[in-house]
Design a protein around this ligand. Sequence first.
Ligand code: MG
Length: 165
Amino acid sequence: MNERVQAAINDQINAELYSAYIYLAMAAQFEAMNLQGFAHWMRHQAEEEREHAMRLFNHLVRRGARVVLKGIAEPPLEFGTPLETFQKALAHEQHITKRIHDLYALAQEVGDYPAQLELHWFIDEQVEEEENTGRVVELLKLAGDNAGALLLLDRELAKRSDEDH
Ligand code: MG
């Protein structure tokens, strides 16, 4: 396997694990705010990120390449209001999308077809991640300063299940 692709996928494993960590930190903040539905949504998101890391982990293993785990950076403690928190989550997903696209461009450049196929799943997943997170941002904008609307949204987000993405 091409060494640059291998190194880039290892870096992406780290980025996905950091994503899990950042969403877990957001879940902790929502728990502290007594917004358990928002916290549930973030816990679910964190779990998905761990699965993303494992997909890439398994891709390297299946191709006889070495997985190299690096330190995971400390996430922030506070993210602001629920709207600010979800805006940060959306900005983070946009950053991850760019990383995936750069990784795909590299796989194309060196002619790594299996990596390209694996990354097709991630490209599609990123469209969904931005869609889901962006939807909550828009709903939070609609809720504005209305506490009743915020609590209603908290109840809706509590319903996110394993069948959803
Ligand atoms: Mg991810």
